[in-house]
Design a protein around this ligand. Sequence first.
Ligand code: ARG
Length: 476
Amino acid sequence: MAGRDADDPGSAPTKLWGGRFQQATDPVVERFSASVSFDRALARYDIRGSIAHARMLAATGLITPADRKAIVAGLEQIGADIEAGRFAFQDRLEDIHMNVESALRDRIGEAAGRLHTGRSRNDQVATDLTLYLLDACRSAEAGLRQLRGVVLERAREHVDTVLPGYTHLQRAQPVRLAHHWLAYFEMWTRDAERFRDLRGRLDRAPLGSGALAGSTLPLDREQTARELGFVGPSRNSMDSVGSRDGALEFLSAAAICMIHLSRISEELVIWSSSEFGFVELADAYSTGSSLMPQKKNPDVPELVRGKTGRVVGNLMTLLTVVKGLPLTYNRDLQEDKEPVFDSARTLGDCLDVTAGALATLRVGRERMAAAASDPMLLATDLAEALVREDVPFREAHEVVGKLVAHCVEGGLDLGALSKEELRRFHPAFPAGAPELLDVERALEERDLPGGTARARVEEALGEAAARLANEEEDAE
Ligand code: ARG
């Protein structure tokens, strides 16, 4: 209310939708409900949608060709002004839709009043958002293609770089660094597929659904749908104006992708510590400390990890917004936009900087190799040597467990135990540890599909390159 007298009808109402209202909107409400500060991100889609709508109205005889011409030309000018940053958005006009329509009226006069024929802001905003999401999916896919190209390139350089693979952040078994990084290639490929699949579900145009129940006017929904690049009009007007699962899916795909970026970021943070020394981020991708001159901080991966929080939060936000809504449109749905815009922008930035950080980091091969040379990493191989001699695996596991404990207690090197020493634990050991345990052999023997043997990794590199090339072709 902000100091306003409830009985005072106020100055001349500035209502945009005229007739029904006698009082101007309270300034507090105006500020509270305005969305143009953020939904201006929909401007180009709003204008595309309006142009398609105007053409359809003319084609069906609902407006004259002269009005169509004036409307389309006016919208094109407004679009150009917005792109050029020359457009004065007004909170008073609430949202992007009313800002554009009002500017159209200023430019072409009375004909502007015919643009909204047979349309509601409900089907209008649903159309805008769908077009926005389609573009956002495409750019996420492009960002992922770039990142996958980088990780593939780095993997290719490091077929012969060996490091421990970890479970529970404990050294587990040696792997090729290429194999490790190709794991991310797979995750990011699925991430890209999620965005592509979603585009397949965003293929129907809400336009023509009206406020919720369609229109009494002879609109041609096929025409607007096709002009906007959809396969056809949506199948249910109420679903069209009242659903936001497309946005939810986008937020979910973005959140999953951020989780993957966050995991590799976490690794880069750990790996660049002195304790690991596995990688060194390029100067361009790290920052110093304002206090400690020796510091080189992995801020970029840390920020990617941190920004994952907001992208996950954005998904929770919209899930919660939609949760209790009866059909169809409710103003709550205006809250769909900021999470979507924020996730799209954050994801794009994070894909970019992660690609840059990966492309430029230096790999500490020696530190990785030293960590991988711990013979304890080959304990499984020792057990499997017994399995090859027909010892049941459970028994072999037990035997090697005792051997490991023996080495730990006595400060002995598992990799140096002779055949005789091994045989004290089990008579079936065919040779001594130096013959049985060798990192290169451990890698090469893991020659199943999806394994870390050189041939498998090279095969995987080839396949990954082919997939990426295919997608790049499709994207052109
Ligand atoms: N700014 C609104 C939104 O984003 C547009 C739709 C308004 N519709 C309405 N019935 N008030 O949701």
